[in-house]
Design a protein. Structure first.
Length: 530
C-alpha cells in the first residue's frame, strides 16, 4: 500500500476525483434542484473558503444543525477540505442535550438553518466555547433577537479559493454521537478512511454502478444516510436523490419519478410500506434493491414478492461500520450475514470465552485494515478503554453464529432503545424525567411496537406527598427532550423492582411489559409535537 493511498483516502479527495471524472453529469437531485459532480466540488470549495474566512481550520469542531438539503453536503465536504471536524446534531434535540453535545465535542462554531435557530437560543449562554453561529439561509428568514455570538450568512458567496490543509486518511473528519446506555451519549471520533471504506463496502454489497440511483430519505445527521447512501453513491458514480424525510405516501411516486434503483431502509419502514393498500402495479417500480436491517423475518418474502425487489441486510454500528453483512450476490435470509472483509469477529460469553455455533453470545469485533473503525470516544478515555478491552471492540449485542458462518441477531445486551430509526439513551430519558420535582426515580425500558422497533416505556415512582398527571409529565418531557424520546407508556408504581445491590431490575420490567395500570398516550389522544 503506497503513501498515495494515505493521501487519497479522504472524503474531499474522493469528491475531487469524481468531479474530474464525471464533470457535469448529475450527482444530486433534491426537489427541483440538481447538482452535478462538478457542482458538488465547487459548492463544497466555496463553503470551505467561507468557513476558513471565519477562522475555521484544521482540527476545529463544527456542529451541523440542518435537515436534508444540499447545503448539508457542501458543509460536510467543505469541512473535510479544511481538515475540520463535522459534528452532526440530530435536529430534534433541544435544551440540555443539545448543549451537552456541542460542549462535549468542543464545538467552536455551528452551521444551522434558519428554522432551527430557536433550538440554539436557550443553549447559547451555556456554550462558552462557541464563537460562531453560521446561518445558511437568507437574513430575512432569521428570527430577530437571537443572543450569543454573531450570525453570519452567505458563506458560499465567494470564488472557492482557500488555503489547502494537509489531510490524510488517519485524520478525523467527524464526531458521531451514539446513544448512551449507562452514561451520557458518547461522541465517536471517526477517521477519514472509515468513510471511504464504508462507501466501498456498501457499493460491493449492492453491486452499485454508474447506472444506479440511490434514494436517500434518512436524515443526513445520521451515519446511515452519510455512509450507506451518500458515500457509496459518490464512490460508484451513481446518482442520489435526497428527500427531506421518509414519507410513505410519496415514497413510490418519488422512486418512480427519479428512476431510483436502491433505497437504504431501517426496520420500521418495512411494515409501514406494507400497510399501504396493495395495488396491481406494486412491483412495477425501478427499485432492484433495498439495503438495511431489522426487517421482521416473517415479512421478508412478502416484501420481496409484493414490490419485486431484493432485500439485503447486515449489522453495523457507528463506531464499527459494517462488520457482518450479506450482499446481493451472497445472502442468507433471516441472518445479518457473514463476517465482512477487513473485520475479525467473535462471539463470546460473559467470561470472554468463545461461544460455540448455535450459542448466543456478545459480538466482539476488530479491524484488519488501518483507520476503518472509530479512533476513540472523544474526551471519554475510560469509555474508550472499556469498549476496546483486550483490543476487541465490545458491541454489547447478542448474536448466534451458525455452522455455515452466518450470524443471527438476538437482542441488545445494552439498555438502549430504538424507535423510528433513532437510537435512544435510556440513561438520558431517565435523567430528564428524574429532574422533575415530583419524581423520585424512574426506569426507561423498551416495550413492544407494531413497527418492529421499540416503544419507550417509563416506570416511575413519585416522591412522597406529590401528585403528577401523565399529561403534565409528558409536557415536561416535550420541553426537554427530542420528540422521538418522549415516552408512549407511563407506569406509576409504588416501588421499582431492585437487586440486593439496589440496581433496578429492568429485565423484570421488560417481562411485565404494558400492564393494565400502564398509561398509553396514544390511547389517551396525547399528541407529541415535532
Amino acid at each position: 500500500m503506497s503513501l498515495d493511498v494515505v493521501r487519497q483516502n479522504t472524503i474531499h479527495a474522493l469528491v475531487a476525483r469524481q468531479a474530474e471524472r464525471y464533470g457535469q453529469r448529475e450527482f444530486l437531485r433534491c426537489g427541483e434542484a440538481s447538482f452535478s459532480f462538478a457542482d458538488l466540488q465547487q459548492k463544497s470549495r466555496q463553503t470551505a473558503a467561507g468557513l476558513q474566512a471565519l477562522g475555521i481550520g484544521k482540527g476545529d469542531k463544527v456542529g451541523i444543525l440542518m435537515g436534508n438539503r444540499p447545503e448539508y453536503l457542501f458543509c460536510w465536504f467543505g469541512l473535510s477540505m479544511l481538515g475540520a471536524i463535522e459534528v452532526p446534531i440530530n435536529i430534534a434535540h433541544r435544551g440540555k442535550l443539545l448543549s451537552y453535545m456541542l460542549d462535549q465535542a468542543d464545538c467552536t462554531a455551528v452551521v444551522v438553518e434558519a428554522p432551527l435557530l430557536e433550538r440554539l437560543t436557550g443553549a447559547l449562554p451555556e456554550l462558552t466555547k462557541l464563537k460562531r453561529v453560521v446561518v445558511v439561509d437568507k437574513p430575512e428568514q432569521m428570527p430577530a433577537g437571537l443572543p450569543g455570538p454573531a450570525i453570519y450568512q452567505e458563506i458560499a458567496d465567494n470564488d472557492g479559493n482557500f488555503d489547502d490543509a494537509e489531510v490524510i486518511w488517519s485524520d478525523p473528519f467527524g464526531i458521531m454521537f451514539t446513544s448512551g446506555t449507562t452514561g451520557p451519549s458518547k461522541g465517536a471520533l471517526m477517521p477519514q478512511n472509515y468513510a471511504l471504506y464504508m462507501g466501498e463496502m456498501v457499493s460491493t454489497m449492492g453491486d452499485y454502478g454508474e447506472k444506479d440511483c440511490l434514494y436517500n430519505a434518512l436524515p443526513l445527521f445520521h451515519g446511515n444516510a452519510q455512509f450507506l447512501s451518500t458515500m457509496p453513491a459518490l464512490m460508484s458514480g451513481a446518482r442520489m436523490v435526497l428527500a427531506p424525510h421518509f414519507s410513505a405516501s410519496r415514497f413510490w411516486d418519488e422512486v418512480r419519478a427519479n428512476s431510483c434503483t436502491e433505497f437504504n431502509y431501517i426496520g420500521s419502514i418495512v411494515p409501514i410500506l406494507l400497510k399501504a393498500e396493495p395495488r396491481a402495479d406494486d412491483a412495477d417500480n425501478p427499485l432492484r434493491l433495498m439495503i438495511g436491517a431489522g426487517c421482521p423475518p416473517d415479512l421478508f418474502d412478502v416484501v420481496e414478492k409484493r414490490f419485486g425487489l431484493v432485500l439485503v441486510e447486515g449489522y453495523g454500528m457507528s463506531e464499527l461500520g459494517l462488520p457482518v453483512v450479506n450482499s446481493v450476490h451472497d445472502r442468507k435470509k433471516g441472518t445479518i450475514g457473514r463476517a465482512a472483509p477487513g473485520y475479525q469477529v467473535k462471539v463470546v460469553d460473559d467470561n470472554d470465552l468463545e461461544a460455540g455455533d448455535g450459542v448466543a453470545g456478545e459480538l466482539i469485533v476488530r479491524p484488519q485494515h488501518p483507520f476503518t473503525m472509530m479512533l476513540e470516544y472523544y474526551r471519554m478515555p475510560q469509555a474508550t478503554m472499556e469498549s476496546w478491552r483486550d483490543l476487541w471492540f465490545r458491541t454489547g449485542d447478542y448474536v448466534i453464529r451458525k455452522s455455515d458462518g452466518s450470524y443471527v441477531f438476538v437482542d441488545r445486551k445494552k439498555d438502549a432503545l430504538r424507535r423510528g430509526g433513532e437510537n435512544i439513551s435510556s440513561f438520558e430519558v431517565e435523567a430528564i424525567i428524574n429532574s422533575h420535582p415530583a419524581v423520585m426515580e424512574c426506569a426507561a425500558v423498551a416495550a413492544k411496537s407494531e413497527l418492529a422497533e421499540d416503544e419507550v416505556m417509563v416506570c416511575l415512582v413519585l416522591k412522597p406527598g406529590h401528585e403528577l398527571a401523565a399529561q403534565e409529565l409528558l409536557d415536561y418531557c416535550q420541553a426537554n427532550m427530542a420528540y422521538f424520546m418522549v415516552p408512549r407508556y407511563l407506569r406509576f408504581m409504588e416501588a421499582l423492582p431492585k437487586t440486593p445491590t439496589l440496581r433496578v431490575q429492568k429485565v423484570d420490567l421488560r417481562k411485565q411489559g404494558v400492564t393494565r395500570d400502564t398509561w398509553d398516550r396514544v390511547k389517551a389522544g396525547y399528541q407529541v409535537k415535532r
